[in-house]
Design a binder for this molecule. Sequence first.
Ligand code: ZN
Length: 396
Amino acid sequence: MSHAGRIIGIPGLEIERVVRRKGIEVWAKPVHRPPCKHCQGNGLRIKATHLRTVKHTRQGNQVMTLHLRVPKYHCQECKRYFRHAFTGIRPRFRASEAYRLEVFEAHDGGVTQRKLSRTHQISPATVERWYQHHIKQKRSEGDRRYCPRVLGIDEHFFTRKKGYATTLTDLKNHKVFDVQLGRSELSLRRYLKALEGRERVQVVVMDLSETYRSIARRYFPNAAIVADRFHVVRLINQHFLSVWKQHDPEGRKNRGLISLMRRHQWNLRDEQHANLMQYLAEYPVLQALYVAKQRLIRFVLLKTLTRKKASIKLPVFMKLLDELAESPLRALANTLRSWLKPIVAMWRFSKSNGITEGFHNKMEMMTRRAYGFRNFENYRMRVLAHCGWDGVINRV
Ligand SMILES: [Zn+2]
């Protein structure tokens, strides 16, 4: 590599002139004539030369622009023509690979499109295009992936116009497996049908959603359906809070009380517990329901039980549900009864969709950084780049 080439990072260049104005402008041409790209012959003639301008890295806070003299060669042996190819600059691209990578990495690390469009003198749309190009390239190697054995399925909000999306998580490897637009069987049907390795999925973890349950039965025929602890706790709290509202609408608006009611009993300090008990003493029915709720939550949080232990717990749990079915929490009791098997399966198991929830937060941050997405495929690519397949592929 020539001295100049070493500085610029592109081998085989001879620098003719450097001008510093607003940016750094470098005029350069190839040092050597290459062998013919078709026949490897050496008898090349230059037929014409044209000038090509490419953006190439930033030095300090200035963008370096290369003005390259590009010879068009004619091979004396095979009589064919071709243009000089520069290492690190692809044909027809207006920026070098190094420059594009710089933009990708900055954007990937959190620099906004708007900021990059200022520092790198490209449009925000170009930032997005380069970003997509880069991750698609990374992606192409690992596109044929098999379903994870332990799958989490959950919905999240995409846009007001396009609605909700479904997240499929590889719970074993802590990765997003995929995101798909829609949350109904109809909108996911095509995708699910084409999914490879559906029959080897062993466990599907989900919230208590009928749609996802019927999807799991249909498309993952060998998987056990396991309720998601995280969602079940939330559901119990929701039902409890709405019953509370019926008993004491005023108390239900008290933020301090709400926080005490929501928390697990064992997380309360002594004086907090005393305050709560004092309040509940005025509402005997509510108090009884609160006690039942705490018992319920203890059941829901059981995990990694042996089959034997689970079978001992089961009748006690069912009795509690029977009691609740006669109480103002009957709707909750009915839901839990209809999900009995997935809930009991949860006791034998430790994974939960809490991981997925974490990914949803990450996706939301990502969306904000990009000032929102309109194109779902762009969004999907980015989710997979951030939370997805890299690790999965390495492990498979
Ligand atoms: Zn040739």
